[in-house]
Write a protein that binds this ligand. Sequence first.
Ligand code: SF4
Ligand code: SF4
Length: 252
Amino acid sequence: MTGIIFDIKEFALNDGAGIRTTVFFKGCPLRCAWCHNPEGLDPKPELYVKQNGCLKCGLCRRPCSHPECQPFGRCLHICPKNLVTVKGEKWEADDLANRLLKGSALLQSSGGGVTLSGGEPLLQADFACELLDLLGGKVHRAIETSGYATAETFQKVVKRCDFVYMDLKLADPEEHRKRTGVSNEKILANAAWLKESGIPHTFRTPLIPGIVDTPENLSAIAKIVGSDPWEQLPNNALAPAKYKSVGREWIL
Ligand code: SF4
Ligand code: SF4
């Protein structure tokens, strides 16, 4: 089956053990105010125009006859600085698995593997399952997830993984809804299941100043995590620059 991927990062060192290849799934049901991958939010392929270095020449806005440019309203081929691209590429699961397995010997020798990230991989759960099945037994499989999905979807995907990184951002339901656009009810239920599942995992909390890193929130999350592994991640200050590239507004 087909999925939409917006990036494949080789030699990733922060997405699990060892050297990893990280696959970024397009689309996320959350809208975290601090999201550092705004190009991963929309499930569909979208225009990405790098702002840094733009000559304001307007060439990319001129009508062109390339069929692949028509859905985006810009020419993807004429920019003299190569700033105009599309984020989101269709992949067949078996083609993507073959591509990922080409580097598997190096990944395995470093104790690494493949990590599914995003966006939110659970939003393309059937595609993720097919990909994970194709990789199974050949390379270590990890996932980075918000945990926002039905129990059935969450469990069928993470049961196919060798390791799970799951975010716990905000413990208070109203604050979670306000800052991410969705309730944390499903996330907390899935976290409780994960804790009992026996699947190796680590919970993660991004330390967004004044929102996530408050003593009240961290103390409430610590209670949810209990004695399980928990990483607190530093804030990524590079995020705002990407928002203009996909025509979104940085609201923090
Ligand atoms: S869950 Fe992750 S990808 Fe989705 S909006 Fe939040 S930070 Fe961005
Ligand atoms: S063609 Fe390139 S440099 Fe010219 S306006 Fe478009 S993005 Fe900017």
